[in-house]
Design a protein around this ligand. Structure first.
Ligand SMILES: [Zn+2]
Length: 250
């Protein structure tokens, strides 16, 4: 009788194990939404995405402009965790000391806003909101909204560039489906990304200003793939930025 009970318990255990494995399989293979499984697979093997700024591989003209802007713009240090920002009325960038010393992406982005103001004639206001940049940005957006495929982006590495993510959320601000795909893909990949506050970005001129600073970030970096991305999708805006920078002595 004892033997029968033991056999029964063993069978019960086996049945529980098989059922458990089945439900575990269903759980781990569940449909998680808009993200391709290849992208989810990448979650466990993320290596750091290192980008260096203002070094020898960056655009020489932008490097000169960056050095000038850095020397002629006020800096106010903020605590870790506070948002970095630029105030055009004061001509002051708000950054952590660490970001400033490292020429981080945040630092270059904020000094990019200061550069935008200098290009406007050193008055409060931005070059990126004038007619030339506005037209270039509109043209790039129209083309990009036609040809850009999120899947291609997430199959390569460029999506990991912070400035590129910010550009994507600006260009596709009014495209809810693409915005949701981007958010889902970034969340699934587990890599950090930039996206400005949704309310702030509701104004087209704000999006132009942010994209201007982001293009400057890419041009001042050693990220060749991100530079290729800009050349492919934002050639007009890049050309207008570069042309404006080249017309000045720095
Ligand atoms: Zn900004």
């Amino acid at each position: 009788m004892k033997r029968v009970a033991r056999l029964f318990l063993l069978l019960l255990f086996l049945a529980a194990a098989v059922t458990g494995s089945f439900y575990l399989y269903l759980y781990t293979h569940r449909n998680s939404g808009a993200v391709a499984s290849a992208l989810l697979a990448g979650f466990t093997s993320i290596s750091p995405y290192k980008v260096a700024y203002a070094g020898p591989d960056s655009d020489p003209l932008c490097r000169q402009a960056y050095a000038f802007v850095k020397n002629n713009t006020g800096v106010c240090f903020i605590e870790n965790g506070d948002s970095s920002r630029y105030n055009p009325q004061e001509n002051i960038v708000y950054l952590t000391e660490k970001a400033l010393l490292a020429d981080s992406a945040e630092a270059v982005h904020e000094f990019g806003h200061a550069l935008d103001r200098y290009l406007n004639g050193e008055e409060s206001g931005y070059f990126s909101r004038g007619e030339t940049f506005s037209q270039a940005y509109a043209l790039d957006c129209a083309r990009m909204q036609e040809s850009f495929q999120a899947q291609d982006l997430f199959e390569a590495e460029t999506y990991r560039n912070l400035a590129i993510s910010d550009i994507l959320f600006s260009v596709f601000y009014q495209d809810t489906a693409m915005t949701n795909t981007l958010i889902a893909s970034y969340n699934a990949s587990g890599v950090p990304y930039w996206r400005h506050d949704e309310n702030y970005m509701s104004g087209l001129e704000k999006r132009q200003t942010e994209v201007f600073a982001d293009i400057f970030v890419v041009l001042l970096s050693d990220d060749q793939q991100a530079q290729n991305f800009i050349q492919e999708f934002l050639p007009e805006s890049k050309e207008v930025l570069h042309c404006a920078v080249s017309k000045r002595e720095w």
